[in-house]
Design a protein around this ligand. Sequence first.
Ligand SMILES: [Zn+2]
Ligand SMILES: [Zn+2]
Length: 68
Amino acid sequence: MVEEKRCCVCGEPLDPDNISQCNLCGGYFHMAWSVDVQMHECGRYWLNEQTCSLWFICTNCEHRLPSQ
Ligand SMILES: [Zn+2]
Ligand SMILES: [Zn+2]
């Protein structure tokens, strides 16, 4: 039996096709990978200019960061 992943932000079950892992806390959260998907998102991504890599961040961690 596969353990069900739950969103680290809202606590609801995750859709394995629309999921991201936070680079800061390591938790999984809701993220829509298709424009056709109607779902709430619990985080966002941005391009880290120092490492030129894509970073994912959940809403929990976003709120902990100082605004830039
Ligand atoms: Zn969520
Ligand atoms: Zn996080």
